[in-house]
Design a binder for this molecule. Sequence first.
Ligand SMILES: [Zn+2]
Ligand SMILES: [Zn+2]
Length: 105
Amino acid sequence: MAGRPRGPRTVPLPSAEQASALVKQMRGEMESNSNYRTKSLKIHGPICAKCGREFDASSLNQLTVHHKDGNHNNNPADGSNWENLCIHCHEDEHSRGLLGDYLSK
Ligand SMILES: [Zn+2]
Ligand SMILES: [Zn+2]
C-alpha cells in the first residue's frame, strides 16, 4: 500500500485577462470617488428608489445619491452601496437615523 503522491498544491496564476480586469476595477474605484453620482445614475437610472419619481435633464439636480452604509468613501463600482433618492426621500432617509437602521435589522 503505497501512499498517494502528494504534489504541491498549485495555485493558478491569474490570466492576463483576469489581471487586466483587476487593473480596470482598481481604476474604476479611484474614478468612482469623484464621479460616483454619474455612475450611480447610469447604473440605477434617473429614478428615485423610494417614491419612483423620474427625473430628466432639467430636474436631475434634485436626484441625489444616498450611501446605503452611510460611508461616502465606500463606492463599489457595481453601485451596490448607492441608492438614487430625490432630495425629499433622501432627507427622510436620514431623519430616521438610528431608529430606521435598528428597525430594518
Ligand atoms: Zn423620492
Ligand atoms: Zn444619504
